[in-house]
Write a protein that binds this ligand. Sequence first.
Ligand SMILES: Cc1ncc(COP(=O)(O)O)c(C=O)c1O
Length: 335
Amino acid sequence: MRNNIQLPERVDLARCPTPFQLLTRASKRWGAGRRIWVKRDDLTGTTLTGNKVRKLEFFAAYAKARGIDTLITCGGLQSNHARATAAVCAQLGWHCELVLRGKTAEPSGNTLLDKLFGADIQVVEAPHYQRHLVELLEQTAERHRLLGRNPLIIPTGGSNGIGIWGYIAAARELLTDFSNQGITDAAVVTATGSGGTQAGLTLGMDMASANIDVIGIAVSDDSTWFNKKVIDDIEEARKQWPDLPALRRNPITIDDFVGPGYGRAGTEIYALIAELAALEGVVLDPVYTGKAFYGMLELIKNNQIGAHQDIVFVHTGGIFGLFPHHQQLAGLLEF
Ligand SMILES: Cc1ncc(COP(=O)(O)O)c(C=O)c1O
């Protein structure tokens, strides 16, 4: 059976299963008669918080099996994925080098944690980063090889044919949550930044033949790019694990809520972060989850989320990315 495919080896790093909670007050406020649930993947660990550690469990096992002792990855200066990779390396006693896009590494949020975990950081200005990322990563790996190390390059966001397993596994966990709550059809909404979370969830639900729509709310790039990326990650995984089936449905990415651009948010996002935190004790971030939650509420309001009674928000973490935005939030709160 499609859903019985054995998962590859993983290193136990994430605190799973994560809680599955009904947001009663948020449902009343924004649900228009539907129930809004949250899958608390922000609780996968204190410093490992978020979706990335689910992917890293599979990267770590892949690396262990090959005698890897150094992880190299990349992302924006405040990358949650880079921070989670640095944390995993510190936990496993491995070296870590991060190639981060930006001007200078500020000692706040994720970058502060990267440094605390002992990761080396290379900061590369955006135009050079965009043009030369592949060479930069390869040169970094070569430098570690010359030091006698055995490095593995993990792509942006941990999204590829290995990382995808994190959210194929998470889809199975969600299906158990659904069956515990008697949910048989639903829309699952996630922030999409590099596509791997959406890819894993989409394939995982498709493999289970579940009547569950998976909707990715893009925080950068457009839906054409992400819909292709979802398929590409799945096809890359299928080359290595031929038992993995092809996707039978079309990926669903909504790109209407990117706002002013990646890492920048409009005032409506900060206002929502403040309102939800006070209403439910759930904290979103302005880069990923704030935009995705906002997008989900707009889809509900405009009746664009199908006939599902249950709407499930996958909270993918990102809290450390909130702190560098303290000024925008302080304007909304009275101190
Ligand atoms: C907090 C948070 N949520 C969502 C995402 C998006 O996940 P993905 O990169 O798998 O699309 C990321 C990373 O990009 C993230 O850091």
